[in-house]
Write a protein that binds this ligand. Structure first.
Ligand SMILES: Cc1cc2nc3c(=O)[nH]c(=O)nc-3n(C[C@H](O)[C@H](O)[C@H](O)COP(=O)(O)OP(=O)(O)OC[C@H]3O[C@@H](n4cnc5c(N)ncnc54)[C@H](O)[C@@H]3O)c2cc1C
Length: 429
């Protein structure tokens, strides 16, 4: 057996699949996708007394390719959802993000952070939705929306590999993540190609457990336009990976094509260029395989709503460009979808009012996403990271600014705009 197949990924269990329950013919809200966004949405709706059905194409617990890093916005959403203590009890608590530049300079930015494999995190979130009253059915795959006139009135789904069923619902919520298949089937996809791509693996290396204690993010010429990371999980396990921003180039005719980059080669370059990554891999055991996945960022690439249908989470592009963080914003946007639906029910408002409330709530977040898009230039020009780190090491106020970006009290764009860079050379209070 090759070493990468020698043990299951962290959090894996051998539980037998429960017998399948018959699917209901109807519900108030059908939420498709039980990731952070869908589970948050379903829990909030169920708490408000809405009859909600939550489906996912996979049985839970299931793996999700991710860096597993929880930053302050995730912690805030977990608090709102009442699962923060449960997550904190099993997550690896982390006190700093370490930003490491191409020349090896490093600055440790403090923050409220933790790392928990998505297999465990998503299971907690999904169970919380069920405990609040959502009816969960898995594995059930969304195939297409049902329409009556111009309005969406439910979905055609497939249970396991079996026959299709129709579930009628007053509203359908698509929280199907970065793979655009469901968006395409619903006619909501505006851009099929992802914004970025990333690859990660789990490696167990007990000897490194006390040595890598921060969430390390590494910029380097050989990782352009992207970065590498090492995030410590529990029990000597690390999530290690590489991400590539703007993985798909726009051609003159508007089409997008994948840049000529092989993520496995970028991963090898990361291990070659960054000594701790090299050491981690050389002395550790890979658990499971290296796996890649797309990212959809900057609240772009899909329509947010149409009558009877809301799109939320990464399906709506809710992941931050530059950092690739999206768990917190997936939950936030899921909650925004639920809030728009609950308010619409209370006020007995029509489709247009629900849509415009939801669309407006996402548009209100957009400027912040745009700043992350601008900050993406660090991934394209890693020397900017060198500059920032060099200055931050000499000026604690800059570290405080960076910490403010992490907990969202400051904008990331301000650090890498021309004005922001100029300010780096001015005395900072
Ligand atoms: C390699 C990598 C590293 C990352 N690292 C981080 C990180 O460290 N921190 C962070 O905050 N973010 C990170 N992200 C981003 C994060 O993974 C996403 O932002 C987040 O998962 C989005 O949540 P979601 O609920 O919208 O979608 P998902 O988590 O993708 O959930 C979507 C769900 O929908 C289900 N589904 C899809 N299609 C169908 C269908 N047709 N029928 C039924 N079910 C369906 C899927 O099975 C899945 O369970 C990373 C992403 C990648 C790829």
């Amino acid at each position: 057996m090759p070493p990468e197949m020698s043990s299951p990924p962290p959090g894996a269990s051998q539980a037998e699949a429960p017998p399948r329950s018959p699917l209901p013919p109807s519900c108030d809200v059908l939420v498709v996708g039980a990731g952070p966004s869908g589970s948050a949405c379903a829990q909030w709706l169920a708490r408000a007394g809405v009859d909600v059905v939550l489906i996912d194409q996979h049985d839970f617990p299931r793996d999700k390719v991710c860096g597993d890093g929880l930053i302050p916005d995730s912690h805030a959403a977990l608090q709102r959802l009442g699962v923060y203590a449960e997550v904190a009890a099993v997550a690896q608590r982390v006190s700093h993000v370490a930003c490491i530049g191409p020349r090896g300079g490093r600055v440790d930015v403090p923050g409220s952070l933790s790392v928990l494999p998505r297999r465990q995190l998503d299971d907690i979130l999904c169970r919380a939705a069920v405990n609040a009253g959502a009816r969960r059915f898995t594995p059930v795959r969304f195939e297409a929306p049902l329409r009556d006139g111009g309005r969406v009135v439910g979905a055609r789904v497939r249970q396991g590999g079996d026959a299709v069923h129709d579930i009628r619902s007053t509203w359908l919520v698509l929280a199907t993540g970065a793979v655009p298949k469901a968006l395409l089937a619903a006619g909501m996809c505006e851009r099929q190609q992802p914004t970025g791509v990333a690859l990660r693996g789990y490696v167990k290396n007990d000897a490194m457990a006390g040595r890598i204690t921060a969430m390390e993010i590494v910029w380097h010429q050989r990782l352009r336009p992207g970065y590498g990371w090492i995030f410590p999980c529990r029990d000597g396990v690390f999530n290690i990976g590489v991400g590539l921003a703007h993985s798909h180039r726009k051609l003159r005719d508007g089409r997008r094509v994948m840049q000529d980059v092989n993520l496995r080669e970028v991963f090898a370059a990361f291990c070659d260029a960054y000594a701790p990554a090299r050491e981690l891999m050389a002395g550790g055991t890979l658990q499971g395989e290296l796996k890649g996945a797309p990212l959809r960022c900057s609240l772009e690439g899909a329509r947010y709503s149409e009558p009877g249908l809301l799109v939320t989470g990464e399906a709506a592009g809710s992941t931050y460009a530059f950092t690739g963080e999206g768990i917190g914003k997936a939950m936030e946007t899921g909650l925004l979808a639920a809030e728009a639906l609950v308010a619409g029910r209370r006020q007995q408002s029509g489709d247009a009012a629900v849509q415009s409330a939801y669309d407006a709530s996402l548009r209100a977040l957009k400027p912040r996403f745009d700043l992350y898009e601008r900050a993406n230039r660090v991934n394209e020009h890693p020397w900017l990271a060198d500059l920032l780190i060099w200055r931050a090491r000499r000026n604690p106020a800059i570290v405080r600014r960076m910490s403010g970006v992490l907990d969202e009290t400051r904008n990331p764009g301000s650090l890498v705009t021309l004005r922001g860079l100029t300010k780096l050379f001015l005395p900072v209070r």
